[in-house]
Design a protein around this ligand. Sequence first.
Ligand code: KIV
Ligand code: ZN
Length: 514
Amino acid sequence: MKQRLIIFDTTLRDGEQSPGASMTREEKVRIAKQLERMRVDVIEAGFPAASNGDFESVQAVAKTIKDSTVCALARAIEADVERAGTALKGAAVARVHTFIATSPIHMQKKLRMSPEQVLEQAVKAVQWARKYTDDVEFSPEDAGRSEVDFLCRVLEAVIKAGAKTLNIPDTVGYNVPDQFGKLIRQLRERIPNSDKVVFSVHCHNDLGLAVANSLSAVLQGARQVECTINGLGERAGNAALEEIVMTVRTRQDIFPCDTRIDTTQIVPASRLVAGITGFTVQPNKAIVGANAFAHESGIHQDGVLKHRETYEIMRAEDVGWGANKLVLGKHSGRNAFKNRLMELGIELESEEAVNAAFVRFKELADKKHEIFDEDLQALVSQEAAAHVQEHYKLVSLKAHSETGKQPYASVVITEAGKERRAESNGSGPVDASFKAIESIVKSGTELQLFSVNNITTGTESQGEVTVRLQKGGRIVNGLGADTDIVVASAKAYISALNKLHSKLERINPQAATV
Ligand code: KIV
Ligand code: ZN
């Protein structure tokens, strides 16, 4: 029997720390359900001390999820641990994950604490967490730049205090695979009772080595990997779940362990996270990129046709490609629509929400004859966004573009329920629409990103637009989908403005001091 490699997904916590990737409570619950369907072992649902919104999101995920452990992050502060433990009440299986930095630079410059104070605080944090659950995880933040002797002392002490999982983070993505693997081996060899706990790793991708470092650690005995869908996460992101899972599954000749992940749920999870956060996946991204299984060159195509394994080491259908199903059309009824949402794991809050989504579905089906799962996901995401933040609403948009003429747009929006209209020229119809909207809202934001992707294939497809806006250090992403990409762009712009307007402020767990 192979040993289990525990998959700890932190898309909802570390993933959300990517600037602009913040998610609503409903969005987090939807992602958590998909992670559960994928059979992720542990879902890190958030950092409850960050804000009331984060607390409520963790609570909602804890109440919904039954087959995965639900985890909440807490700094090594009593109030944080108490918030995490309370948010997790009602979870089928709850884990508190507490952390404190152990590297000289973090202790001196960030925490302004001596190593002895850090050690004492780490032990106390684990003891506080034990009041809420036996499943306590401890992380020495910036372990990748910490002194091994000190790490051993802290980890030995937290095992004594009752920690069951020791997570070793390469917080700044500084390590290289051989070095990181050796660190795990040393810790396992040197720390008394190391065989009584699970060693976990949490690698960041600043040098593009997060997956390689994590896998090197697995070869040296780590049995939990912390990762995120699509590698989302702070700065360059975390180790990508899909790459970890598929490497271990594909190279069972090398790895002495395997995960329990249902790999056919990987692509749906990737699409869901990309759709909700607006962090699109690059086409050549391993496993989940649009080109990951596309064979362009004649030689490759010939080989694959003759014998698949000549150029394919995994099967596209095993990771969930090909699930691009035609599900509904113009004549589909409300029941068919509701059933398909249920099959996709989407539960709308009320009958009114189903009715509103059904009206949107009919509007879409009038414009686009074939409706795919991806269209439904986009439709529901927009429906959810419209309910949470609606200071600004798009009422109508008229855009004109013609060769040799200056593009022009006229928009009607509501601002706090009051109708406002404006028109503008621009370098193209999207530019003209944004200028018209901006002349009403005067947001003074800086546009950092504008990207358009087709949700499904063909020119009938809806375009999904991401708009990233920056103002006063805050970054937000707005999403919009429509068969008309100018309308999709205006919706995305307004969705980003609404997020900025909501002024949702949260603290980043790692920026704050103890
Ligand atoms: O990167 C990191 O060190 C973290 C910890 C909180 C585990 O995210
Ligand atoms: Zn991290």
